[in-house]
Design a protein around this ligand. Sequence first.
Ligand SMILES: Cc1cc2nc3c(=O)[nH]c(=O)nc-3n(C[C@H](O)[C@H](O)[C@H](O)COP(=O)(O)OP(=O)(O)OC[C@H]3O[C@@H](n4cnc5c(N)ncnc54)[C@H](O)[C@@H]3O)c2cc1C
Length: 416
Amino acid sequence: MSSLNRRQFLQSLGLASAATAAIAFPGIITAATTRPHVVVIGGGFAGATAAKYLRYWSSAVDVTLVEPNATYYSPILSNLVLNNQRNLGQISFNYNTLASKYGIKVVNDWVDAINAPNQTINLRGGTTLAYDRLIIAPGIQFMDVPGLDSNKVPHAWKAGAQTTLLQQQLAAMPAGGTFVMTIPAAPYRCPPGPYERACVVADWLRTNKPGSKVVVLDANASIIVEPAIFGAAFTEYGVQYVPNAALQGVDSDAKIAHSSAGDFKADVLNVIPPQSAGSIVLQSGLANVGGRWAGVNPLSYESTAVPNIHIIGDSQGTGQPKAGHIANAEAKVCADAILRLLSGGQPYAAPVTNSACYSPISATTASWLTAVYAYDQASGAMKLVPESFGAAAAPSAKYYSRMFDWTTNLFNDTFA
Ligand SMILES: Cc1cc2nc3c(=O)[nH]c(=O)nc-3n(C[C@H](O)[C@H](O)[C@H](O)COP(=O)(O)OP(=O)(O)OC[C@H]3O[C@@H](n4cnc5c(N)ncnc54)[C@H](O)[C@@H]3O)c2cc1C
């Protein structure tokens, strides 16, 4: 959208909010006093950003954010809790600013069901909310792994109590012990994240638990991102990397991972299970990409299965990576499209998103990876812009420092 068009658009919304007659939202406003209501499910990087930008760009819509937790723990940087470079408090956020600064109504509850024909959602607490447009941003849910009890064998792939549990288990591990972690087949949340974790933990064990061993069981055929950097770090740290090791089951008490590459016994076992879109996506009939992810129109993130429902973040099935930075970008595309649709227009026809991941490799160094995705009219899909792809040549202390600049910007753009 050009700046002139955006100004004109915002002016029309501003006039609409001040006017007593319902003129700015044809087809949506049914009474002179009715304002469009957008409900957002999930207050992570995707949902919080969408809620914020809907209100940042328009005072003429009402926005309700439904999220069960008062505190959000960022998975981004959570691997640094494992090596004591960060604590959970430093990666925790609340929704107070979204409420006070942007006028978003925040409801701490869980969405049990969506009634699409009626355009309502049912909250666990008993409330029913009506929406004109619904944004679903529930992140991921974990698929079943036989024998896995995450209270004994943490995933730590959603940050918070699980992160603390894994950190405590590592702290209690005897020197000379074995840390085994498993990586699911792609796609999963944060492609470099598991390799990053293996590096951070291996580096920490070298100093704090001498003689310990790290084993990485990867269901993929090889390291799927930054293979040179992670491969070199694995060699330096003595990590045993096992490709094509699909997890078949877990003995959570004995801490044994049963994989297609054999059984591996651990002192500390970290299983990152295979993932799908959040449960509300699956149970609402929206997971029409491989039965796991939500098919959407990338111009608006509107579901290809059910109208007036948009899915963003890790649950979407556009083929873009499942990562917080790009979830934040998708949220803005979605918010912009919804405001255009509510005012009788069409979504912007050439959206661009970008992804960035900084990966700590040790307690003092990090690498990075970035890519831009652009809408391809011929296929109707978001496509990687090849010349946009960039990655660090080697990890460095400079990148470690920049990692925190990047997260500060992302965190502020989402929650402040
Ligand atoms: C170790 C690690 C490192 C990472 N590093 C990076 C990185 O460097 N760069 C990057 O871009 N990404 C990174 N990521 C990935 C990033 O954290 C996720 O992609 C991002 O959190 C996805 O955002 P989301 O909003 O889709 O989901 P989430 O952040 O999971 O938020 C979903 C929210 O929805 C809520 N919810 C779910 N279901 C319901 C329901 N039925 N009703 C109400 N609320 C519901 C949940 O409570 C949750 O708060 C990393 C992840 C990990 C684990």
